[in-house]
Ligand binder design. Sequence first.
Ligand code: CP
Ligand code: NVA
Length: 312
Amino acid sequence: MAVSLKGRSLLTLADYSPEEIRYLLDLSHQVKKEKKEGKTFQRFLGKTLALIFEKRSTRTRCAFETAFGEEGGHPVFLSTQDIQLGAKESVEDTARVLGRMFDAIQYRGFKQETVELLAKYAGVPVYNGLTDTDHPTQVLADLLTLEEEFGKLKGLKLVFVGDGRNNMARALMIGCAKMGVHYTIVAPKELHPDEALHRQCVSFAKSSGAQIRIGTSPKEELNGADAVYTDVWVSMGEEEKSAERIRLLRPFQVDSQLMALTGRKDSIFLHCLPAVKGNEVSVDVIEGPQSRVWDEAENRKHTIKALMLATL
Ligand code: CP
Ligand code: NVA
């Protein structure tokens, strides 16, 4: 049966089948190609998009705003400094009001439960632009970047090094498990992801053939990796954990020695950004020939446009 995502929200890729993710990636390649060829369309003409932000953002906000606006749509940025949500109005009421005025809603903030409530009450598609536990639109861009580089996803090996319990480590586990990318988290024991998510992803991986591993030693886990991924040691909202994280993660910095453990010259380095250079990644790696972080950032826009085209 042909895939249709009309009217769907994206709260987590756990809710999407491999065929649906495939559909979004194919559409992403298409919209990227159209953009490079200078083709313009008005596919969001007459449509409106609410962008709710409880946390800061450069890429996610700009990807949604530019992807929607350049196709004739009208995005409206709503910081929780300005709207009633979180101060005077409940999530449910906000959702019902925005759902009457907008064709879709993006939410970036703290709780996954908030984005779920928005989707439940809004009656229009809701997109998760990052919560404490997930970042599904980032993973779409990461998968697109891998596919551009290696021409496939199935059988690739991606190793995430760093805070293995954060939103990126978790979201990548879901996306890789669904799409057949072997995925390993390398992190100190204190920062391993929760068992329930691991179990869920192992069950997704049964049909895709991905191997999902959690380890503690870069030396033991990096060999043969196609891509090494890291993210900040201190995620938004966890600033008080800073000293402890630096202590735990110092030995896990992705530097040229760690990259060399892949044993491959053609392995690539990925990072969702923003990066703290000198913490999770050394300057020579992020600025070096193996880094694909700028392509990855650009791909946020193409994948987010594809998501909105598919669901609106
Ligand atoms: N990668 C990412 O989500 O970046 P922003 O925080 O700038 O949106
Ligand atoms: N783990 C990071 C991702 C930023 C895109 C954070 O939540 O701050």
